[in-house]
Design a protein around this ligand. Structure first.
Ligand SMILES: NC(=O)C1=CN([C@@H]2O[C@H](COP(=O)(O)OP(=O)(O)OC[C@H]3O[C@@H](n4cnc5c(N)ncnc54)[C@H](O)[C@@H]3O)[C@@H](O)[C@H]2O)C=CC1
Ligand SMILES: O=C([O-])CC(=O)C(=O)O
Length: 314
């Protein structure tokens, strides 16, 4: 049987969605379908066509189309959901909950109807609660519904550390746990530069400042942009996750995963270290936490549960 190209659909053709479509195509991970609402059909088609016209120059054979019809997404291997509203200065991610929960429900119905076997990656904020909403609405097994927060939060942390030490970003490893909010938990004990623990390279006070900047990393960009939120680093993070699944790379990446007892939490989507491969979240890695780390994680979980309490009830 002939080998078929992979198909990746990106729902929401705004800043993050369009940038993700471009990055996924640049990596030749498959053909890309960018979907938005009917009112946005023209701009969505225009963006996709513009990207497609870049492919001869870039030497990449990905087809890219824009559409408002889910028929075009039929039989996608991976669907990335970025649909919804983004925050503006003065807002928290949690202020988006009711509008975006409604959008998640309607989008998920269409995704499931047209691609019943796909892997779904959710970006839309508040990301932990939106991933939970998509999981419940889809009826998919938990390994096929994955949220994005930790790759981005860890990338921010790694960038700031690399800048501080003036060494390659590639040599910095780290993990950020917890909800995608201002009390996420960067795990210093598991962070290193070229394998050397951070605590022996940077003072405790300075690490504290970098942790704080990481926690507020999304807000820093919102403040600078003035009308919307980050999209280059979020799109790069989504692309890495799509690649991990489609190439069955079994990457160790922090993702928003469904917990059933892991870390002591139940019926909750939360950022934790996972193995991401050809079957989605193939494993949740349980790290030993100190009392202080666990209490920071509990605080982050309380924030996620508060947002979940604000989800529209059935
Ligand atoms: N989890 C994370 O790490 C991050 C999450 N985000 C979140 O991602 C979401 C998208 O952000 P941006 O792309 O910057 O926003 P944007 O406003 O540029 O794009 C959102 C797009 O979704 C579309 N849309 C709205 N309802 C839709 C529906 N029912 N079906 C299909 N498309 C629909 C809009 O027309 C718009 O084109 C926001 O909620 C933002 O907070 C953004 C960055 C990082
Ligand atoms: O800050 C926001 O609203 C968007 C986001 O989640 C991020 O950039 O981390």
């Amino acid at each position: 049987m002939a080998i078929k190209r992979r198909k990746i659909s990106v729902v929401g053709g705004g800043f993050t969605g369009a940038t993700t479509a471009l990055m996924v195509a640049q990596k030749e991970l498959g053909d890309v379908v960018l979907v938005d609402i009917p009112d946005m059909e023209g701009p969505t088609k225009g963006k996709a066509l513009d990207m497609f016209e870049a492919t001869p120059v870039q030497g990449t054979d990905s087809k890219i189309i824009g559409t408002s019809s889910y028929e075009d997404t039929k039989d996608s291997d991976v669907v990335v959901i970025t649909a919804g509203i983004a925050r503006k200065p003065g807002m928290s991610r949690d202020d988006l909950v009711s509008t975006n929960a409604g959008i998640m429900k309607s989008v998920t119905k269409e995704v499931v109807k047209h691609s019943p076997n796909c892997y779904i990656i959710v970006l839309t904020n508040p990301a932990d609660a939106m991933t939970y909403t998509v999981y419940k609405e889809s009826g998919f097994p938990k390994n096929r519904v994955i949220g994005q927060s930790g790759v981005l939060d860890t990338a921010r942390f790694r960038s700031f550390i690399a800048e501080e030490l003036n060494i390659s970003v590639e040599d910095i490893t780290g993990f950020v746990l917890g909800g995608h909010g201002d009390d996420m938990v960067p795990l210093i004990r598991y962070s290193a530069a070229g394998g050397v623990p951070l605590s022996s390279l940077i003072s405790e006070d300075r690490i504290g400042e970098i942790v704080e900047r990481t926690r507020k990393g999304g807000g820093e960009i919102v403040g600078l942009l003035g009308n919307g939120s980050a999209y280059y680093a979020p799109a790069a993070s989504l692309t890495q996750m799509v690649e991990a699944i489609l190439k069955d790379k079994k990457r160790v990446l922090p993702t928003i995963a469904y917990l059933e007892g892991e870390y002591g939490y139940n019926d909750l989507y939360l950022g934790v270290p996972t193995i991401l491969g050809g079957d989605g979240i193939e494993k949740i890695i349980e790290l030993d936490l100190t009392e202080d780390e666990k209490s920071q994680l509990d605080k982050s979980v309380d924030s996620v549960r508060n947002v979940m309490d604000a989800l529209p009830k059935e």
